[in-house]
Write a protein that binds this ligand. Structure first.
Ligand code: TXA
Ligand code: MG
Length: 329
């Protein structure tokens, strides 16, 4: 692993806060995925994120805050529904997209009138945000710490594989608990819109708002994760129903194709010789392991990755969203 990976502790977190204050990039764990952080109030530092990721500059970033008291520095006209969600779910895997306040530069917002904000729950992220605030910092802009379009990182090793020396410091806080990105809710006036399903379930959001968030129409704010092909392994990946998996494997074996499989309930055929991973059966554990599993299968010498389609149920919404993008071609 690259030399810039350090165990997250009081000393390395202070060092990371110094790097941020100097306009440099630091990768750090959140409860969802690892983030590639920069001083959100420093446009030059924010531009360095786009260069390191290879991400188009008009894709907005999420600003990570130490706590909800910092919300009004970044956003204005915050509707009561958004405040209720912040109270209920911060710190946690929820991002709010709100009208931007002057601190939110075009670099952070991709030139849009809105800004994405969230308070992460991971103790290392919280300590880093506090240490950065103690140096006068207003927030840390951080996309997932992967190269653009690639699978998000859930370990420090994933970050090092993707970004290596492009980042000053990678804080290693172990594997992420949630494993997929935050749920993004935008507000169009009082109306809540689900921009991206994620680590926080839609039912919990509906419970607080008293109604389910709507689905974004065209003309709504852009979300880079909403591009059809995203979160994608390099090897071509396909969703296959459990009952069709064995036949599909036999067909590919006849064509001498090397295949890797992410199964969940389907049994491994006795004659199967490729890389096979049995993913957890419940949605939460499946999500936690998903990106590590996709990276492991991608690293195996295969011509294709077959993924057993998970159930079409509410608990699987975010996982199904990511798998649809990982398999889009
Ligand atoms: O869990 C997460 O959200 C992780 C961790 C690091 O916090 N971050 C993350 O960032 O997933 P990123 O940049 O990979 O995805 C954030 C998404 C992008 O699709 C971006 O377009 C969207 O949030 N976003 C940010 N600000 C927005 C805005 N003002 N309007 C619409 N979408 C926005
Ligand atoms: Mg991302």
């Amino acid at each position: 692993m690259s030399a810039n990976v350090v165990a997250a502790n009081a000393g390395s977190i202070e060092r990371a806060a110094d790097e941020l204050a100097r306009g440099r990039l630091v990768a750090f764990p959140t409860e969802t995925v690892y983030g590639l952080g920069a001083d959100a109030a420093n446009p030059a530092a924010v531009r360095a994120i786009f260069a390191a990721k290879g991400r188009p500059p008009d894709h907005p970033l999420i600003v990570h805050l130490p706590d909800a008291t910092h919300l009004d520095a970044w956003a204005r006209d915050v509707p009561p529904g958004a405040r209720a969600l912040a109270r209920a779910f911060w710190p946690g895997p929820l991002t709010l997209v709100l009208p931007r306040a002057p601190l939110a530069s075009d670099e952070v917002t991709g030139g849009q009138d809105t800004v994405g904000v969230r308070v992460p729950a991971h103790p290392v992220a919280r300590e880093l945000l506090a240490a950065f605030a103690a140096r006068g910092g207003h927030g840390i802009a951080a996309p997932s710490a992967n190269r653009y379009g690639h699978v998000s990182p859930t370990t420090a090793a994933h970050v090092a594989d993707d970004l290596g020396e492009r980042v000053a410091l990678i804080l290693d806080g172990g594997p992420c608990d949630v494993g997929i990105e935050s749920t993004i809710v935008a507000f169009d006036g009082e109306r809540a819109l689900l921009m991206r399903p994620g680590g926080l379930g839609v039912d919990a959001i509906a419970h607080v708002l008293g109604r389910a968030p709507g689905s974004p129409s065209q003309g709504a704010p852009r979300t880079s994760g909403s591009h059809a092909s995203h979160y994608a392994p390099r090897t071509a990946a396909f969703l296959v129903d459990a009952h069709a998996l064995a036949a599909e494997l036999a067909r590919l074996a006849d064509r001498d194709e090397d295949v890797a499989v992410l199964a969940r309930t389907a049994p491994r055929p006795a004659e199967f010789e490729g890389r096979w991973i049995d993913a957890p059966r419940d949605a939460e554990a499946y999500a936690r392991d998903l990106y590590a599993n996709l990276r492991a299968l991608d690293a195996s010498p295969s011509d294709a990755i077959l993924i057993e389609a998970p159930p079409d149920e509410a608990a699987w919404l975010a996982v199904r969203d990511r798998l649809a993008r990982a398999t889009h071609r």
